[in-house]
Write a protein that binds this ligand. Structure first.
Ligand code: F3S
Length: 653
């Protein structure tokens, strides 16, 4: 049978035979896992609670890369826990200062054809080298580490045929922004985007990574490019040529959907506040004064991204009203940029170099001023994502971000450089990166690992485990939200809040803090409650705290018009029943504090349709559970940890 690239990788990882029909559940053997510091404490607490001695996948890596601002003891305590727990269970550690997880994973661990599950929604970054990489919740990563096959709804596979080539001043950012403009933030749900064609062959691994990384913003399961000559060149430059295997779609294979995109037709684009699909040509953005520019993040801080931005800055200076910072993606890129003189260009221009970390991308430092206009090369522009809900975030490519920093209002590199723009086309990725892995701690032998003492600071509290649902549920509505609620709305980003993620009793007090600061106290007071959501509830980051905190506050179910994929998995994992309205019009009939009642909940769940009475207003409506058999079992057990323990106990009998 002729197969496309995605089918090939999924097929080679099937743990149970399957015809791989879109929408059906498949079970997959996982090769690699990755976690990062602001989501991972819960993952490793769960792995410890499961009781295995060592990670069961080929390669597990724990990155300490997001929160490097040590405001008090909490984050350094977390980092010490994460390092020691990794050493105890056979997990690699990428130490603070080594770089952002996705960039380092592709460069140092990525292998074409492998399957990676990562506790971060931008894990699809690794699709740039022909690896299938899926973002999941932290509990799912803990599950993958046990070697238990991962469940996945077989996605539809979309062929994106790229033709032409990018013009100077356009970057892979324009490709993904154009995709977002066409497809929208929900258009990728249940889909894998497979980029092929002559245009794809012109894109380097780092350009491909910008595209696969931000595929998460379309809600896609993942995105992938073939493992071809570009991947071979990249792995050779990483001194890992032996890891290269060619992996292409079969000629004549079929896809569920097809799209065409001519790279030559692209012009500089911009995603305007407050959603990444709000994309218009950069020249059409109102020429407001820009307060802040941030060049960095896993999406656009590769060697060529920063080198091109530096060339725009060369001989020019950051506008006196703009604060311009730059966060480079990894240590090897930093060293190479330094050797090639690009860092000097940035420093001479007045750009402030940051730590090698996510930093401003997730509001860990560099929040914009009140009502500030922030221009960023990162991947999300949700309200409050930068740490200040009054700010407006615009997403552009690094060349145009540099031009904007110089002019002080929205500008393109072409406007600043004129005919010199052609110089940007001369920038090439290095033929050999300065490889130096001393900031990666390799796993200990099994014997040595057993001797490691796991160090837990006072901020690290036990993982709360929910109770299984009961037949009768009567609970008021503690919150009714609008459409497109993000996990940033539910669990705010910032250094302060991120450092609370190991302490659910503390962090839950700030649940929905920026959206509705009264929610946490109200939910707690209610004892148990239900949240009503609009479309695409829980989009954005994979952070499972957006499920754990409401669970801790007594939320038993979310009933929404639709629920984003990763968040739905997190709700299940943490014992909150995810339901969708059978008739979305019922959303309008419900109000906060209405008391809802479900009789025979467990029996009705089996039929995947539940009748709910609004006791306050005296009417009934129906909600569906769009769950597979195994997902239903998970939620019936009271979440993934209880389910997994039950499964492991049964397998030992
Ligand atoms: Fe970090 Fe932002 Fe990427 S938080 S992993 S740089 S999306």
């Amino acid at each position: 049978m002729l197969m496309n690239l995605t089918q090939k990788i999924l097929h080679s990882h099937l743990a149970k035979p399957s015809d791989m029909v879109p929408g059906e559940e498949i079970f997959l053997k996982v090769d690699q896992t990755l976690t990062h510091d602001i989501n991972a404490v819960m993952t490793y607490l769960a792995f410890e609670a499961i009781g295995l001695d060592r990670t069961q996948v080929e390669t597990s890596v724990s990155y300490l890369d997001h929160n490097l601002l040590y405001l008090d003891n909490k984050t350094p305590d977390d980092h010490i826990y994460l390092q020691t727990v990794a050493e105890r269970y056979g997990v690699y550690v990428s130490r603070p200062g080594n770089g952002i997880c996705h960039a380092v994973q592709v460069a140092r661990f990525g292998v074409p054809g492998k399957l990676c599950m990562g506790g971060d929604s931008h894990t699809p970054h690794g699709g740039s080298i022909g690896m299938l990489c899926i973002g999941v919740g932290g509990m799912d990563v803990a599950t993958a580490m046990t070697g238990v096959p991962m469940r996945l709804k077989m996605p539809k596979i979309v062929k994106v045929n790229l033709t032409g080539h990018l013009k100077p001043g356009c970057n892979a950012k324009e490709v993904i922004l154009e995709m977002l403009r066409r497809v929208g933030i929900k258009g990728g749900l249940g889909k894998v985007f497979e980029y092929v064609g002559p245009g794809a062959a012109t894109l380097t691994v780092n350009e491909r990574a910008t595209i696969t990384n931000m595929g998460a913003e379309m809600g896609a399961t993942t995105s992938i490019f073939p493992a071809d000559g570009q991947v071979k060149t990249f792995l050779k430059a990483q001194h890992r040529e032996e890891d290269y295997v060619e992996l292409l779609p079969d000629e004549g294979c079929s896809y569920d959907e097809e799209m065409e995109l001519d790279l030559s037709s692209l012009e500089p684009l911009c995603a305007c506040p407050h959603q990444p699909d709000n994309v218009i040509p950069l020249k059409d953005v109102e020429k407001k004064k820009v307060q802040q520019v941030f060049i960095g993040s896993c999406t656009n801080a590769s060697y060529s991204d920063i080198a091109k931005a530096a060339l725009v800055f060369q001989g020019r200076h950051v506008n006196e009203n703009v604060s311009c910072t730059c966060g480079i993606s990894s240590r090897q890129i930093y060293v190479q940029l330094m050797r090639d003189g690009y860092l000097e260009m940035l420093i001479n221009a007045g750009v402030r170099l940051l730590e090698l970390a996510c930093g401003p991308c997730c509001a860990i430092g560099q929040s914009p001023a009140t009502n500030g206009v922030a221009v960023r090369t990162s991947n999300r522009n949700f309200k409050g994502r930068a740490g200040n809900p009054t700010a407006e975030i615009y997403l552009v490519n690094p060349e145009n971000a540099a031009a904007t920093a110089i002019v002080g209002t929205f500008a393109t590199a072409e406007e600043v450089m004129g005919a010199d723009l052609e110089r940007l086309a001369q920038v090439k990725e290095p033929e050999e990166y300065p490889i130096e892995d001393s900031m990666i701690i390799r796993p200990l032998s099994e014997e040595e690992a057993k001797k490691v003492e796991v160090v837990r600071g006072p901020n690290i509290k036990p993982l709360p485990v929910p109770e299984a649902p009961t037949q009768h549920l009567k609970a008021p509505i503690s919150l009714k939200t609008v459409d497109n609620i993000t996990t940033d709305d539910i669990t705010p980003a910032s250094a302060e809040f991120s450092s609370m993620r190991s302490n659910i009793p503390l962090m839950s007090q700030y649940c929905y803090h920026r959206y509705d600061p009264t929610f946490a106290a109200r939910a707690k007071e209610m004892g148990q409650s239900i949240i009503i959501g609009g479309e695409n509830y829980g989009q954005g980051s994979s952070r499972e705290h957006a499920a754990i905190n409401p669970m801790y506050l007594g939320v038993k179910a979310v009933i929404a018009k639709s629920i984003a994929r990763i968040h739905k998995g997190n709700l299940l994992n943490h014992g909150i029943i995810p339901m969708v309205f059978a008739d979305p019009a019922d959303y309008d009939r419900l109000d906060m504090e209405d008391v809802l009642e479900i009789d025979g909940l467990l029996d009705q769940m089996q039929a995947r349709e539940v009748e709910i009475a609004d006791v306050t207003k005296g009417f009934t409506f129906k909600a569906r559970l769009e769950l597979s058999d195994s997902e239903l079992e998970v939620i019936s057990c009271g979440g993934q940890l209880r389910y997994l323990k039950k499964q492991l106990e049964e397998s030992r009998k």
